[in-house]
Design a protein around this ligand. Structure first.
Ligand SMILES: Nc1ncnc2c1ncn2[C@@H]1O[C@H](COP(=O)(O)OP(=O)(O)OP(=O)(O)O)[C@@H](O)[C@H]1O
Length: 358
């Protein structure tokens, strides 16, 4: 449950940061480190505290306790609070729209107010070029497509050379195809420039695709924090496992140090003899075989997912519902009786929560 530490070379450091709103604890003792140029994704259900965390780092909210340090400077802590505009942090928020009455170039120049005019012009031109929107410099926001607006918003955020970029669901207003390409371009650009960024998203696929470090949040806490691959394949909790993508659970009881299930015995370190537990695995960990060669099950239905087909199966022993992914074919796989094998290396065993033990 305790989040794994992030890199030793810490550019942004949060130390036991908490924030309450009346009776609601929006954030409880959040700690992590982020290295320079790294991308952290915050993923979690609505209300888990993602936006509050960004707002505390941005400086539009104050923590009740704890410390926030960026580039060696304490931004918030006991007796210390740096105003948002003095933090050197850029924003790309869903509702942080471009100024409609300013041209693209003026929007980008906005964060550079006070810089000498020649320097300002050069920086605007540079950052528009980097974001691939030089040709749009004289247009106004209403003359831009959704993807172009996002690129301009990114250029505006990057113009003052922020030490950290905060992004709250920045791609969620774009439709799927555009979202993927704008996201890929944005992330490539951030990596090229080497700016550290925190991205809030509801979308596990987005978080897995872009993050160097991925934090799954729940009820004001970081439930799990690691690189996306580790988190997806070896989640520390059942909540994190489920949040990151589909999977099945198979209930059983611990006997002789292993969880005993109809699909095999799986090591259950740390769990007590006789304890109720569940095996969790991803759809790709199951394979079909002859009913005589594996655990017999029935295919109840097939869900067509495009490249893949997800079979929904019911185990004959215990009647548990399981999911299995196969490359899709032209004809759907008909319902019927099959055997199932489970790759033991792809199974995680967790103590059963009360609702999963039955
Ligand atoms: N200004 C506020 N006053 C009172 N409660 C607040 C305030 N801001 C946030 N909260 C509460 O704090 C908790 C965390 O809210 P937050 O907006 O950080 O969640 P979130 O994970 O960003 O949610 P979403 O994904 O829906 O944006 C919620 O219970 C919310 O109702």
């Amino acid at each position: 449950m305790t989040p794994a530490p992030l890199p030793a070379a810490s550019w942004l450091r949060l130390d036991r940061v908490s924030r309450r709103f009346g009776a609601v604890t929006a954030l409880a003792e959040i700690s992590f480190n982020l290295g320079q140029g790294e991308i952290l994704c915050l993923l979690g259900a609505s209300g888990c505290g993602k936006s509050t965390l960004l707002r505390l780092i941005a400086g539009v909210e104050r923590p009740d306790s704890g410390e926030i340090v960026l580039a060696g400077r304490v931004l918030a802590g006991p007796g210390r609070f740096v105003d948002p505009e003095a933090r050197g942090i850029g924003f790309m928020f869903q509702d942080y729209a471009l100024f409609p009455h300013l041209s693209v170039a003026e929007n980008v120049a906005f964060g550079l107010r006070g810089a000498p005019s020649a320097e300002l012009k050069a920086r605007v031109a540079e950052v528009l070029a980097v974001a691939g929107v030089s040709a749009l410099a004289d247009r106004y926001p209403h003359q831009l497509s959704g993807g172009e607006s996002q690129r301009v918003a990114l250029a505006r955020a990057l113009a003052p050379r922020p030490g950290l970029l905060l992004m709250d669901e920045p791609f969620s207003n774009l439709d799927q195809g555009l979202r993927d390409s704008v996201r890929a371009e944005t992330l490539a650009l951030l990596r090229q420039i080497g700016v550290a960024a925190i991205l809030v998203t509801h979308d596990p696929a987005e978080a897995l695709a872009v993050a160097d470090h991925l934090a799954v949040m729940q009820a004001g806490k970081i439930e799990a924090l690691a690189d996306p691959r580790s988190l997806y394949h070896a989640p520390p909790t059942l909540y994190a496992a489920r949040f990151l993508g589909p999977g099945s659970t198979l209930p059983g009881q611990v006997a002789g140090g292993a969880l005993v299930t109809p699909l095999g015995r799986f090591a259950a370190p740390g769990l007590a003899e006789g304890q109720a537990a569940v095996a969790f695995f991803r759809p790709q960990a199951l394979a079909l075989c002859d009913p005589a060669a594996g655990a017999p099950a029935r295919i109840e239905r097939a869900e067509f997912l495009g490249a893949q087909e997800r079979l929904v199966l019911r185990l004959e022993a215990g009647g548990v519902e399981l999911r299995l992914d196969l490359p899709s074919t032209r004809q759907p796989r008909p319902p019927g009786r099959v055997g199932l094998r489970l790759d033991p290396g792809a199974v995680q065993v967790f103590a059963a929560a009360p609702e999963t033990a039955s």
